[in-house]
Design a protein around this ligand. Sequence first.
Ligand SMILES: Nc1ncnc2c1ncn2[C@@H]1O[C@H](COP(=O)(O)OP(=O)(O)OP(=O)(O)O)[C@@H](O)[C@H]1O
Ligand SMILES: [Mg+2]
Length: 268
Amino acid sequence: MEHTSRALPKIRASHISKVFSNGKERVEALRDFSLEVQEGEFLCIVGPSGCGKSSFLRILAGLLPASSGTIEIQPGEDPGKPLTSMVFQEYAVFPWKTVLENVGFGLQMRGVPKAERLTIAQSWIERVGLSKFIHAYPHQLSGGMKQRVGIARALASDPEILLMDEPLGALDAQTRTLLQEEILRIWEERRKTVVYVTHSIEEAVLLGDRVVLMTAHPGTQKAVFPIPLPRPRDLKVMATAEFGELTYTIWEALRGEVLKAMKLLGET
Ligand SMILES: Nc1ncnc2c1ncn2[C@@H]1O[C@H](COP(=O)(O)OP(=O)(O)OP(=O)(O)O)[C@@H](O)[C@H]1O
Ligand SMILES: [Mg+2]
């Protein structure tokens, strides 16, 4: 018996459009945006502010309906596991729950028994370096720590696809670098399918197998850049000429879109 699963991408988004209408106002966030993501691929999306990146991830997560177009996601073998889980742009942790309770939340919702839930949550808390804070509440944590909680929570639920919306965007440069290393390390262990939105081209090149560049609002696909840097990767790769060239090539393509986006903002 031959499996031809490679013919089926893990995610196929076809001709997605999204129009928000608030009363008389219509905002066209996405226009005819198509994208395929292979199983086990780390796909990064970059694009100017307001081009519809978060909207697209929300559509993938099923949190927002598309105005037109289709999303096909290949389910995994275990129907008990969630298809997607999301790490949000802003820290999305429950302030009234401890780190342990936050990380275990998705598992609790799925009815995973308490003992198993604690073991899984604890191991992810360890992996993201928060063991000392396992019983702390979010207000006792720094921004970087809260974002680690969000990442651990998404990973603990062991989704088929991890959706990450600028998970490190709100952090200082040093914490961001540390977490980039952690994300690389954790991803190399499991090779989950990841769709990762970032403003940082360096981050996209460091983490991604491919980088999709979106146009300014309304967002559509402008270009795709394969990132042939060897794996497993670590931060050393950033010191190579190849890394510099890839980053510069993408910046050249993005530059015009950013300028366009700024002009669009200036008009409103
Ligand atoms: N709920 C909403 N109602 C109306 N307009 C919205 C809504 N959500 C997003 N938009 C608009 O849709 C467009 C795309 O927004 P989105 O948040 O997806 O962009 P983004 O690429 O994630 O931007 P950023 O990089 O700043 O996070 C923007 O013009 C935004 O104002
Ligand atoms: Mg966004």
